[in-house]
Design a protein around this ligand. Structure first.
Ligand code: TXA
Ligand code: MG
Length: 295
Protein backbone atom coordinates (compact mmCIF):
# COMPACT_ATOMS: atom_id res chain seq x y z
CA UNK A 1 0.00 0.00 0.00
CA UNK A 2 2.82 2.42 0.81
CA UNK A 3 4.55 1.77 -2.50
CA UNK A 4 1.18 2.48 -4.19
CA UNK A 5 0.77 5.89 -2.57
CA UNK A 6 -1.56 4.92 0.32
CA UNK A 7 -1.20 6.18 3.90
CA UNK A 8 -0.25 3.54 6.48
CA UNK A 9 -0.03 4.31 10.19
CA UNK A 10 2.53 2.13 11.96
CA UNK A 11 4.11 1.83 15.39
CA UNK A 12 7.66 2.94 16.08
CA UNK A 13 9.33 2.66 19.47
CA UNK A 14 8.70 6.40 20.03
CA UNK A 15 5.16 7.13 18.79
CA UNK A 16 2.93 5.95 15.95
CA UNK A 17 3.72 7.53 12.61
CA UNK A 18 1.45 8.24 9.64
CA UNK A 19 3.53 6.95 6.75
CA UNK A 20 3.62 7.81 3.06
CA UNK A 21 6.01 6.97 0.21
CA UNK A 22 8.59 9.73 0.71
CA UNK A 23 9.21 10.18 -3.03
CA UNK A 24 5.49 10.57 -3.86
CA UNK A 25 4.39 14.22 -3.67
CA UNK A 26 0.69 13.36 -3.81
CA UNK A 27 0.93 10.83 -0.98
CA UNK A 28 2.97 13.28 1.12
CA UNK A 29 0.38 16.01 0.49
CA UNK A 30 -2.32 13.66 1.82
CA UNK A 31 -0.31 13.29 5.04
CA UNK A 32 -0.37 17.07 5.57
CA UNK A 33 -4.11 17.09 4.77
CA UNK A 34 -4.84 14.16 7.11
CA UNK A 35 -3.10 15.93 10.00
CA UNK A 36 -4.62 19.33 9.20
CA UNK A 37 -1.10 20.69 9.50
CA UNK A 38 -1.20 24.51 9.25
CA UNK A 39 2.11 24.74 7.43
CA UNK A 40 4.51 22.50 5.56
CA UNK A 41 6.66 21.59 8.52
CA UNK A 42 9.15 19.09 7.08
CA UNK A 43 8.60 15.39 7.81
CA UNK A 44 11.00 12.78 9.14
CA UNK A 45 11.99 10.24 6.49
CA UNK A 46 12.27 6.69 7.83
CA UNK A 47 14.58 4.17 6.19
CA UNK A 48 15.67 0.61 6.93
CA UNK A 49 19.38 1.21 7.49
CA UNK A 50 22.34 3.57 7.39
CA UNK A 51 23.29 2.47 3.88
CA UNK A 52 19.89 3.55 2.54
CA UNK A 53 20.05 6.79 4.54
CA UNK A 54 23.42 7.58 2.94
CA UNK A 55 21.82 7.54 -0.53
CA UNK A 56 19.65 10.51 0.52
CA UNK A 57 21.93 12.64 2.68
CA UNK A 58 25.54 13.64 3.18
CA UNK A 59 26.90 11.93 6.30
CA UNK A 60 29.46 14.01 8.14
CA UNK A 61 31.88 12.05 10.38
CA UNK A 62 29.77 13.22 13.34
CA UNK A 63 26.57 11.96 11.70
CA UNK A 64 28.12 8.60 10.95
CA UNK A 65 29.29 8.22 14.55
CA UNK A 66 25.81 9.08 15.86
CA UNK A 67 24.09 6.75 13.40
CA UNK A 68 26.41 3.84 14.18
CA UNK A 69 25.83 4.36 17.91
CA UNK A 70 22.10 5.05 18.06
CA UNK A 71 20.50 3.46 14.97
CA UNK A 72 18.18 1.71 14.93
CA UNK A 73 16.61 3.91 17.59
CA UNK A 74 14.93 7.10 18.73
CA UNK A 75 17.36 9.50 17.08
CA UNK A 76 16.62 11.68 14.05
CA UNK A 77 19.51 13.29 12.19
CA UNK A 78 19.08 16.46 10.15
CA UNK A 79 21.62 16.32 7.34
CA UNK A 80 22.37 17.97 4.04
CA UNK A 81 20.14 16.39 1.42
CA UNK A 82 21.96 14.83 -1.53
CA UNK A 83 21.13 16.60 -4.77
CA UNK A 84 20.52 13.24 -6.49
CA UNK A 85 18.04 12.06 -3.85
CA UNK A 86 14.55 11.37 -5.26
CA UNK A 87 12.82 12.39 -2.01
CA UNK A 88 9.73 14.57 -2.40
CA UNK A 89 10.52 18.28 -2.10
CA UNK A 90 7.29 18.63 -0.16
CA UNK A 91 8.37 16.02 2.41
CA UNK A 92 11.43 18.19 3.13
CA UNK A 93 9.37 21.42 2.87
CA UNK A 94 11.75 22.56 0.16
CA UNK A 95 14.69 22.71 2.59
CA UNK A 96 18.23 21.79 1.53
CA UNK A 97 18.30 19.39 4.49
CA UNK A 98 16.49 16.16 5.33
CA UNK A 99 15.59 14.58 8.68
CA UNK A 100 16.37 10.83 8.66
CA UNK A 101 15.66 8.09 11.15
CA UNK A 102 16.11 4.31 11.30
CA UNK A 103 13.49 3.06 13.78
CA UNK A 104 14.02 0.01 15.97
CA UNK A 105 10.44 -1.22 16.41
CA UNK A 106 10.10 -4.64 14.74
CA UNK A 107 6.84 -3.65 12.99
CA UNK A 108 8.40 -0.44 11.66
CA UNK A 109 11.43 -2.38 10.47
CA UNK A 110 9.24 -4.96 8.75
CA UNK A 111 7.25 -2.17 7.06
CA UNK A 112 10.39 -0.46 5.76
CA UNK A 113 12.01 -3.66 4.56
CA UNK A 114 8.83 -4.90 2.87
CA UNK A 115 7.79 -1.60 1.26
CA UNK A 116 11.33 -1.05 -0.02
CA UNK A 117 10.76 2.72 -0.22
CA UNK A 118 11.69 5.56 2.14
CA UNK A 119 8.69 6.42 4.33
CA UNK A 120 7.90 9.99 5.38
CA UNK A 121 6.04 9.84 8.68
CA UNK A 122 5.07 12.55 11.13
CA UNK A 123 3.43 11.52 14.38
CA UNK A 124 -0.01 10.08 13.50
CA UNK A 125 -2.10 12.72 15.28
CA UNK A 126 -4.16 15.68 14.16
CA UNK A 127 -1.95 18.78 14.18
CA UNK A 128 -1.65 20.36 17.61
CA UNK A 129 -2.85 17.29 19.50
CA UNK A 130 -0.94 14.74 21.56
CA UNK A 131 1.21 12.19 19.78
CA UNK A 132 -0.38 8.72 19.61
CA UNK A 133 1.20 5.84 21.45
CA UNK A 134 -1.44 3.19 20.66
CA UNK A 135 -3.28 2.16 17.51
CA UNK A 136 -6.54 3.24 19.19
CA UNK A 137 -5.17 6.81 19.59
CA UNK A 138 -4.49 6.85 15.87
CA UNK A 139 -7.96 5.62 15.01
CA UNK A 140 -9.60 8.16 17.34
CA UNK A 141 -7.50 11.03 16.01
CA UNK A 142 -7.30 10.35 12.30
CA UNK A 143 -10.24 8.02 11.65
CA UNK A 144 -10.57 7.16 7.99
CA UNK A 145 -7.70 9.43 6.93
CA UNK A 146 -5.25 6.53 7.33
CA UNK A 147 -5.82 3.83 4.72
CA UNK A 148 -4.44 1.25 7.14
CA UNK A 149 -3.41 1.23 10.80
CA UNK A 150 -0.95 -1.43 11.94
CA UNK A 151 -1.45 -2.31 15.61
CA UNK A 152 1.86 -3.08 17.31
CA UNK A 153 0.66 -2.47 20.85
CA UNK A 154 1.71 0.48 22.99
CA UNK A 155 4.93 2.30 22.06
CA UNK A 156 7.83 1.66 24.37
CA UNK A 157 9.35 5.13 24.31
CA UNK A 158 6.14 7.12 23.95
CA UNK A 159 8.01 10.34 23.34
CA UNK A 160 9.15 11.51 19.92
CA UNK A 161 12.72 10.99 18.76
CA UNK A 162 15.55 13.32 19.71
CA UNK A 163 16.36 15.52 16.71
CA UNK A 164 19.96 16.61 16.12
CA UNK A 165 21.36 18.78 13.40
CA UNK A 166 24.55 16.92 12.45
CA UNK A 167 25.48 18.90 9.34
CA UNK A 168 28.53 20.40 11.06
CA UNK A 169 31.24 19.18 13.42
CA UNK A 170 29.21 19.90 16.60
CA UNK A 171 25.72 18.45 17.03
CA UNK A 172 22.89 20.92 17.63
CA UNK A 173 19.90 19.79 19.65
CA UNK A 174 16.74 20.71 17.72
CA UNK A 175 14.28 18.69 19.80
CA UNK A 176 14.88 16.76 23.02
CA UNK A 177 13.31 13.32 22.81
CA UNK A 178 13.59 9.60 23.24
CA UNK A 179 17.38 9.48 23.55
CA UNK A 180 18.78 11.41 26.47
CA UNK A 181 21.16 14.26 25.97
CA UNK A 182 23.68 12.63 28.34
CA UNK A 183 23.81 9.48 26.22
CA UNK A 184 24.47 11.52 23.10
CA UNK A 185 27.08 13.73 24.76
CA UNK A 186 28.93 10.62 25.99
CA UNK A 187 29.77 9.75 22.37
CA UNK A 188 29.56 13.07 20.52
CA UNK A 189 30.81 15.60 23.06
CA UNK A 190 28.87 18.61 24.26
CA UNK A 191 25.78 19.50 22.28
CA UNK A 192 25.01 22.99 21.20
CA UNK A 193 21.59 24.20 22.25
CA UNK A 194 19.29 25.45 19.54
CA UNK A 195 18.58 29.18 20.11
CA UNK A 196 15.04 28.49 21.32
CA UNK A 197 15.38 25.22 23.28
CA UNK A 198 12.63 22.73 22.59
CA UNK A 199 11.32 24.58 19.58
CA UNK A 200 11.66 23.09 16.14
CA UNK A 201 13.04 25.17 13.34
CA UNK A 202 10.18 25.80 10.97
CA UNK A 203 10.98 26.24 7.29
CA UNK A 204 10.02 29.91 7.23
CA UNK A 205 12.26 30.69 10.18
CA UNK A 206 15.39 29.25 8.59
CA UNK A 207 17.71 31.64 6.79
CA UNK A 208 18.07 28.99 4.11
CA UNK A 209 14.35 28.34 3.71
CA UNK A 210 13.17 27.59 0.25
CA UNK A 211 12.20 30.47 -1.94
CA UNK A 212 12.42 30.63 -5.70
CA UNK A 213 15.08 32.89 -7.13
CA UNK A 214 12.44 34.65 -9.23
CA UNK A 215 10.10 37.20 -7.67
CA UNK A 216 6.60 35.90 -6.96
CA UNK A 217 3.44 37.91 -7.59
CA UNK A 218 0.47 36.53 -5.65
CA UNK A 219 -3.26 36.58 -6.39
CA UNK A 220 -2.57 37.10 -10.07
CA UNK A 221 -5.38 36.69 -12.58
CA UNK A 222 -3.08 36.59 -15.61
CA UNK A 223 0.60 36.76 -16.53
CA UNK A 224 1.99 40.20 -17.32
CA UNK A 225 4.81 40.66 -19.82
CA UNK A 226 7.82 38.50 -18.95
CA UNK A 227 5.98 36.59 -16.24
CA UNK A 228 5.13 32.93 -16.24
CA UNK A 229 1.72 31.98 -14.82
CA UNK A 230 1.19 29.29 -12.21
CA UNK A 231 -2.49 28.50 -12.43
CA UNK A 232 -5.02 27.04 -10.03
CA UNK A 233 -8.40 25.89 -11.36
CA UNK A 234 -9.64 25.44 -14.92
CA UNK A 235 -7.01 27.29 -16.97
CA UNK A 236 -5.74 25.28 -19.95
CA UNK A 237 -2.23 25.13 -21.47
CA UNK A 238 -0.23 26.56 -18.54
CA UNK A 239 1.50 24.99 -15.55
CA UNK A 240 -1.36 24.28 -13.16
CA UNK A 241 -1.25 23.39 -9.47
CA UNK A 242 -4.65 21.72 -9.79
CA UNK A 243 -6.91 22.13 -12.83
CA UNK A 244 -9.84 20.79 -10.77
CA UNK A 245 -9.18 23.23 -7.91
CA UNK A 246 -8.14 20.58 -5.39
CA UNK A 247 -5.88 22.05 -2.68
CA UNK A 248 -4.45 18.64 -1.75
CA UNK A 249 -3.32 18.09 -5.34
CA UNK A 250 -1.98 21.67 -5.39
CA UNK A 251 0.08 21.05 -2.26
CA UNK A 252 1.60 17.98 -3.85
CA UNK A 253 2.60 19.98 -6.91
CA UNK A 254 3.67 23.25 -5.27
CA UNK A 255 7.39 22.80 -4.59
CA UNK A 256 8.08 20.82 -7.73
CA UNK A 257 6.29 23.35 -9.99
CA UNK A 258 7.94 26.39 -8.38
CA UNK A 259 11.26 24.66 -8.89
CA UNK A 260 10.55 24.11 -12.60
CA UNK A 261 9.22 27.64 -13.20
CA UNK A 262 12.24 29.11 -11.42
CA UNK A 263 14.35 27.67 -14.23
CA UNK A 264 11.97 28.70 -17.03
CA UNK A 265 13.76 31.91 -18.02
CA UNK A 266 10.81 34.14 -17.10
CA UNK A 267 11.38 37.34 -15.08
CA UNK A 268 8.77 36.53 -12.43
CA UNK A 269 6.20 33.92 -11.40
CA UNK A 270 2.57 35.05 -11.19
CA UNK A 271 0.53 32.75 -8.98
CA UNK A 272 -3.26 32.63 -9.14
CA UNK A 273 -5.21 32.86 -5.86
CA UNK A 274 -5.46 29.70 -3.77
CA UNK A 275 -8.49 29.34 -1.47
CA UNK A 276 -7.68 29.90 2.21
CA UNK A 277 -9.04 26.54 3.34
CA UNK A 278 -7.58 23.14 4.22
CA UNK A 279 -4.09 22.75 2.77
CA UNK A 280 -4.74 26.03 0.93
CA UNK A 281 -3.78 27.85 4.13
CA UNK A 282 -0.45 26.03 4.21
CA UNK A 283 0.11 26.75 0.52
CA UNK A 284 -0.62 30.46 1.03
CA UNK A 285 1.65 30.55 4.08
CA UNK A 286 4.53 29.18 2.02
CA UNK A 287 3.72 31.44 -0.96
CA UNK A 288 3.64 34.54 1.26
CA UNK A 289 7.02 33.61 2.74
CA UNK A 290 8.43 32.91 -0.70
CA UNK A 291 7.08 36.23 -2.05
CA UNK A 292 8.71 38.23 0.76
CA UNK A 293 12.16 39.35 -0.39
CA UNK A 294 15.03 38.41 1.97
CA UNK A 295 15.69 41.11 4.60
O1 TXA B 1 9.63 9.90 17.02
C1 TXA B 1 9.42 10.61 16.01
O2 TXA B 1 10.26 11.41 15.62
C2 TXA B 1 8.08 10.42 15.29
C3 TXA B 1 8.08 9.01 14.71
C4 TXA B 1 6.85 8.74 13.88
O3 TXA B 1 9.24 8.80 13.93
N1 TXA B 1 7.90 11.41 14.28
C5 TXA B 1 7.68 12.73 14.57
O4 TXA B 1 7.44 13.50 13.46
O5 TXA B 1 7.66 13.17 15.69
P1 TXA B 1 6.84 14.99 13.51
O6 TXA B 1 6.53 15.37 12.11
O7 TXA B 1 5.70 15.05 14.44
O8 TXA B 1 8.03 15.86 13.97
C6 TXA B 1 9.15 15.98 13.12
C7 TXA B 1 9.88 17.26 13.39
C8 TXA B 1 9.11 18.44 12.89
O9 TXA B 1 8.74 19.29 13.95
C9 TXA B 1 10.09 19.15 11.96
O10 TXA B 1 10.17 20.52 12.21
C10 TXA B 1 11.42 18.47 12.24
O11 TXA B 1 11.10 17.20 12.68
N2 TXA B 1 12.17 18.39 11.00
C11 TXA B 1 11.95 17.58 9.94
N3 TXA B 1 12.82 17.84 8.95
C12 TXA B 1 13.62 18.83 9.40
C13 TXA B 1 14.71 19.56 8.84
N4 TXA B 1 15.16 19.30 7.60
N5 TXA B 1 15.29 20.51 9.60
C14 TXA B 1 14.85 20.79 10.85
N6 TXA B 1 13.81 20.15 11.43
C15 TXA B 1 13.21 19.19 10.71
MG1 MG C 1 4.31 15.56 15.88
Amino acid sequence: MLAGGKLVAFPTETVYGLGAHACDDAAVARVFAAKGRPDFNPLIVHVADLETAATHAVFTPLAELLARTFWPGALTLVLERRTDSPLSLLACAGLPTVALRVPAHPVARAVLETAGVPVAAPSANPSGRLSPTTAAHVREGLGEAADMILDGGPCQVGLESTILDATGSTAVLLRPGGIAREAIEAVAGQLREHVTPGAITAPGQLASHYAPRLPLRLNATEAREGETLLAFGPVPHVPNLSPSGDVVEAAANLFAMLHTLDASGASAIAVMPIPEEGLGRAINDRLRRAATPPA
